[in-house]
Design a protein around this ligand. Structure first.
Ligand SMILES: Nc1nc2c(c(=O)[nH]1)N[C@H]1C(S)=C(S)[C@@H](COP(=O)(O)OP(=O)(O)OC[C@H]3O[C@@H](n4cnc5c(=O)[nH]c(N)nc54)[C@H](O)[C@@H]3O)O[C@H]1N2
Ligand SMILES: Nc1nc2c(c(=O)[nH]1)N[C@H]1C(S)=C(S)[C@@H](COP(=O)(O)OP(=O)(O)OC[C@H]3O[C@@H](n4cnc5c(=O)[nH]c(N)nc54)[C@H](O)[C@@H]3O)O[C@H]1N2
Ligand code: SF4
Ligand SMILES: [Mo]
Length: 659
């Protein structure tokens, strides 16, 4: 028996990106556990991490490329699959131009070499790509406007904070390794406040849960700013020397009536006063999540919170910061060194609007679409229309491990390798500055191939002579050529398995050199906040507000594949007495949810975690299990950043079987 241990990292689209230790017996992974030596993830992995073994060895994985025929999918050889794809591409390009080819992907796996697929399309020419975000776009655009970039404090720095504000974020479910840092800070006397319309598992661990109305955050932050300005409580030194645009925003905020702001946020004057007092118990750190920016005014909400950070003078100090995400490595990857000589000029469809825009772009129409590292048939908003739009495309290629709802739409499915079957670099955390060398640990499953190999073979078939034909080791060393600036070397990574960027700012903006055009923190112009002052009810047709949240059981749709429940739960406030007294809804009852985008069935679960009129559901349910909640969500975008607005969702509750 040959037994060995190797390090690897979990590449799921999760804040944590855990360092793991794999036990390998006779070439088979027998156990995955946390690497105790890692400074952030410290030896603990979640259930999804442990499930990697089952998923990698699952008999349900796709073994061979598959082609859709009248009778369903049939297995074909790689040669047949790649020949068919290249012939189709050549035909479409010749007859309709390169713009008729579209590429859609997302964060389904965090490997560096996964992105070689993007390069293929750059070499192909001016194709159709997707811009905007299902995830974090409004907040990213907001922080770029205010600070010039998106930087987070090192995870450990939270322990320096006296006050911790977790705003629209639910780390107990989505960022498990933030929780021990929070707990330690609380044990040392820090006060933790959670602002969320749902009393989440994180709120349960807080010292104070402020339950705002959904989308009440911008108004609440403006009210807090007004309170600080009116009472001259703001950090004058910071504002005077390090900010731009204060006088204009001050005049606007002074003109806003408290009553209206408090009404819109669903809170009261005492809460506001108490909140500002806590905010000023410095150092204070704010952690913003992604739920609160999935609204039309999502960018404005984040800009209002950034503004509070500036007014409170908590920027650039230990235990401070307005943390949204942490972009460390991306800009240092040497894509320029492998890019095609000719600059490409792609055509873009706004990703959250795929449902309505994919079919409306023409000259040329999209004839072929490649979908990878994503499950848009479940995860895109307005999925009924999105699936129809994807179905209208002549030729669809999906790269995945499993027969997902999206793979079902494909004409050809290409099976990809699991991360333990390939060598790659992983640095996909949106929170900590870790980077990992993931060595190939086991043989590939049947005929599965890594993306870089698939696209290298396609490039050769397409006659893209300049496309770099490199081995995975060569790709990695080429792409990491410039990361030594972060104190990381490939040799060191190979030896140690992981590293943390040394020069990545532990305390962002401590040097007071913001990356905005003015070099200062830039307050938003009043116009961006005006939407809080206009009544959005006119566009609202249905009464119940439906929020969707991420859940610890699954990374989006991935781990809900094997759920044996027939329908998802919808959580309904037990303060909604009309539903109980008049509609006679009962716990466990199957009901219908409906709006202008679609309808679905869900099982009633009453809860005291939300206020009257607010429902919530977990995202990621497959169609075979009654999903996806996205049949009900709008394909609109936020004010800035082209962000999907999943939480702008109102529904009607339908009692089934009753007319
Ligand atoms: N286990 C697990 N972990 C994950 C993921 C997963 O699917 N599963 N997904 C990963 C990804 S891709 C992402 S983007 C992150 C997301 O991480 P989070 O941002 O932590 O999670 P979300 O569930 O998107 O939203 C966070 C909270 O926003 C709240 N919210 C909704 N509307 C409002 C509002 O108007 N105001 C306020 N204040 N709060 C509001 C929701 O109630 C929810 O509790 O998690 C990552 N981690
Ligand atoms: N209603 C609602 N909808 C949401 C959200 C919400 O809060 N509410 N959240 C949104 C957010 S934040 C995000 S980030 C998106 C996520 O949207 P997606 O990224 O589309 O979601 P996943 O379900 O993670 O799908 C990833 C797919 O990639 C596959 N995969 C994994 N590894 C690899 C690989 O190495 N190569 C290839 N080719 N495929 C691989 C998996 O098997 C899986 O099918 O969903 C969004 N959708
Ligand atoms: S899903 Fe997140 S918490 Fe779980 S093992 Fe992977 S990185 Fe760690
Ligand atoms: Mo996300």
């Amino acid at each position: 028996m040959n037994k060995e241990y190797k390090l690897c990292a979990c590449p799921l689209d999760c804040f944590d990106v855990c360092s793991m230790r794999a036990e390998i017996i006779d070439g088979k992974i027998t156990k995955l556990e946390g690497n105790k030596e890692h400074p952030v993830t410290k030896g603990f992995i979640c259930e999804k991490g442990r499930k990697h073994i089952d998923r990698m060895y699952s008999p349900n994985r796709i073994k061979q490329p598959m082609k859709k025929c009248d009778s369903g999918f049939v297995e074909i050889t790689w040669n047949e699959a790649l020949d068919t794809i290249s012939e189709k591409l050549k035909y479409y390009i010749e007859n309709f131009g390169t713009n008729s080819i579209a590429q859609y992907n997302d964060g389904g796996a965090g490997g560096l070499l996964k992105n070689v697929e993007n390069l293929f399309f750059d070499y192909l020419g001016d194709v159709t790509l997707f811009k905007g975000s299902l995830c974090w776009g409004a907040g990213i655009a907001a922080q770029k406007s205010d600070f010039g970039d998106v930087k987070g404090h090192a995870p450990q720095d939270i322990e320096n904070a006296k006050t911790i504000i977790i705003w629209g974020r639910n780390p107990a479910e989505t960022n498990a390794h933030l929780m021990p840092f929070l707990k330690k800070a609380q044990e040392n006397g820090s006060k933790m406040i959670v602002i969320d319309p749902i009393r989440t598992a994180t709120a349960d661990q807080s010292d104070w849960h402020i339950q705002l109305r959904p989308n009440g955050d911008g108004a609440f932050a403006l009210a807090a700013a007004k309170y600080m300005i009116d009472n001259k409580l703001y950090d004058n030194a910071f504002v005077e020397t390090l900010t731009k645009g204060f006088e204009t925003i001050k005049g606007y905020i002074e003109s806003l009536p408290y009553e209206e702001l408090l009404k819109k946020s669903g809170t009261d004057a005492a809460t506001l006063k108490n909140f500002v007092e806590c905010l000023l118990m410095k150092p204070t750190t704010i952690y913003i999540g992604f739920g609160l920016q999935r609204y039309i005014s999502g960018g404005a909400a984040v800009r209002a919170i950034d503004m509070l950070g500036a007014l409170a003078g908590i920027i650039g100090i230990p235990g401070g910061g307005v943390n949204y995400a942490n972009k460390v490595y991306g800009e240092h990857i040497n894509w320029a060194g492998v890019a095609p000589a000719k600059q490409t000029n792609h055509r873009y469809v706004v990703k959250p609007k795929l449902a309505t825009e994919l079919t409306s772009i023409n000259n040329p129409d999209v004839k072929a679409i490649f979908i990878s590292r994503s499950n848009p048939a479940v995860q895109l908003p307005n999925t009924k229309a999105a699936v129809e739009a994807i179905n209208k495309v002549d030729f669809k290629v999906v790269l995945d491990y499993f027969m997902t709802d999206t793979a079902q739409l494909a004409d050809i499915i290409l099976p990809v390798t699991y991360f333990m079957e390939e060598t790659d670099i992983v640095y996909s955390s949106m929170w900590n500055a870790s980077i990992f060398y993931n060595e190939k640990l086991v043989e590939r499953y049947h005929s599965a191939k890594p993306e870089f190999e698939i696209y290298s073979e396609l490039a050769a078939r397409m006659g893209l002579m300049d496309f770099p034909q490199l081995s995975e080791e060569q790709w990695i060393s080429k792409l990491l050529e410039n990361v030594d600036i972060l104190g990381v070397t490939l040799d060191g990574l190979k030896k140690e398995g992981c590293a943390v960027a040394k020069t990545a700012a532990q305390i962002p903006w401590a040097d007071c050199r913001f990356k905005t055009p003015s070099g200062k923190f830039e307050f938003a112009e009043p116009e961006i906040f005006v939407q809080y002052m206009t009544d959005s009810k006119s566009t609202r047709k249905y009464y119940y507000k439906l929020l969707t949240v991420h859940t610890r059981e699954s990374l989006h749709s991935q781990h809900l594949m094997d759920t044996n429940k027939e329908y998802p739960e919808v959580y309904i406030s037990n303060a909604d007495t009309d539903l109980i007294d008049i509609l006679k809804l009962k716990e466990g009852e199957l009901i219908g949810l409906e709006n202008q985008y679609g309808s679905m069935k869900a099982v009633v679960s009453f809860t005291d975690k939300v206020q009257k009129g607010v429902l919530f559901m977990k995202e990621g349910w497959w169609r075979k299990n009654g999903g996806s909640v996205n049949v009900l969500t709008p394909s609109d975008i936020s004010d800035i950043g082209n962000q999907a607005t999943y939480n702008e969702c109102y529904v009607k509750i339908v009692k089934l079987g009753v007319i």
